[in-house]
Write a protein that binds this ligand. Sequence first.
Ligand SMILES: NC(=O)c1ccc[n+]([C@@H]2O[C@H](COP(=O)([O-])OP(=O)(O)OC[C@H]3O[C@@H](n4cnc5c(N)ncnc54)[C@H](O)[C@@H]3O)[C@@H](O)[C@H]2O)c1
Length: 267
Amino acid sequence: MNRFAGKVALVTGAGGALGRASAIRFAAEGARVVIADLDMERAQAVAAEIGVEAIAVQADVTDLEDCKTMVQAARGAFGALDVVFANAGIGGAKTEFVDLPIEEWDRVMGVNLRGMVLTCKAAARALIDAGGGSIVLMGSSTGGWDTILGSGPYMMSKEAVKALARNLALELARYRIRVNAVCPGIIQTPLSFRQGTDDPDAWEGFFARFADRIPLRRVGKPEDVAATVAFLASDDARHITGTSLLIDGGQTLQSWSNAPDTAYPSS
Ligand SMILES: NC(=O)c1ccc[n+]([C@@H]2O[C@H](COP(=O)([O-])OP(=O)(O)OC[C@H]3O[C@@H](n4cnc5c(N)ncnc54)[C@H](O)[C@@H]3O)[C@@H](O)[C@H]2O)c1
């Protein structure tokens, strides 16, 4: 497939696991890609992996000027902007709500929600100038569909992403810009590992235990998310806007998954 031939894609947080996988997928399908991240070393490493069709940009998505800079970098290097994957996000510290410092709330919402709004605000004009385009927002099944004790700011931010997708889809439809969100369940990445355990040697066992509790009996891979992002960003999804798509192997189907009488049969 070469669905992004001649297109320019911007990925925020592209130095991280899921942003990297999507940037690589966009490039593999013909896009020129702007790899934006707060961490320039990570961004440069991913851009180097992709090669001449990618540039790295240091940008903090909580800063509107930085967001404008990354959009300008796309136009400067490649002449336009067609696709945006607003992916940058942080998990935040696990804290019981009664002890939650409000600064932590602001920090997580600042990156996960405000940062996404600023990214879209900075990109919208460039997409309009390109005659239309596609935005994919990074949500999450956790927060978007269910919730986790001690992670209130993350949960709220990810539910809000779904509302943002609907609102921007309606706002921007007149410009032929589609806006959708992806909501992954647990994906095999350092971020989900860090959120789940303090034991650095537990990687294999940690994800194997999760796989047992997911109806499709596997933990998602970054490539699973990248494939879905590419679909929503491409013309294959030309009649889809305002939706939030779960990528969770059925993880959220079972609210009773911890109850003894819903244990899986052994086959
Ligand atoms: N990993 C999972 O299982 C999972 C599941 C559902 C949703 N998500 C979401 O996917 C996104 C990426 O997750 P990941 O696993 O790749 O995490 P990651 O930590 O590997 O990557 C996140 C990247 O975002 C960058 N970043 C952080 N703050 C930034 C800022 N202010 N401006 C610009 N860049 C910033 C980091 O430097 C990092 O490179 C997040 O929004 C996360 O909430 C992840």
